[in-house]
Design a protein. Structure first.
Length: 128
């Protein structure tokens, strides 16, 4: 029984790798989207005013988002049209997280610090 679980885990892992899944550490790949792992959408931001991905994916319902700062410059993460309902901030605290109920559709994530969105701090969130 234990061997079957190990074989199943290896099969799933190899399928995820071949489909482009994984973490942002695989930066040498040309993937442009990040699947939610463990039901959590992880968004990493840098001092260069960029997110680690161009597109993220999540399942419809309660979406959990973790925002991680890899650098020192403060950033925010909001959802276009829902700025009053959802906002994460990183700076001296390197991570922030929150949850929001989302229906299937396409959303825009961006940093609302002055000038950051126009510098490229914007990404899509596809909820299915």
């Amino acid at each position: 029984m234990k061997l079957n679980k190990i074989a199943a885990t290896l099969l799933i892992t190899s399928l995820l790798i071949s489909c482009g899944g994984g973490s942002a550490e695989n930066s040498s790949s040309s993937k442009t989207e990040s699947l939610a792992e463990d039901g959590v959408v992880r968004v990493v931001t840098y001092d260069s005013q960029k997110f680690d991905e161009d597109m993220y994916e999540a399942s419809e319902g309660l979406v959990k988002i973790e925002y991680v700062l890899d650098g020192f410059q403060p950033h925010t993460l909001v959802i276009e049209g829902m700025e009053d309902d959802f906002k994460l901030e990183v700076g001296s605290n390197k991570t922030d997280s929150g949850e929001i109920q989302l229906k299937a559709g396409r959303y825009i994530l961006y940093c609302d610090v002055a000038g950051h969105r126009t510098s490229g701090m914007e990404a899509k969130l596809l909820v299915s």
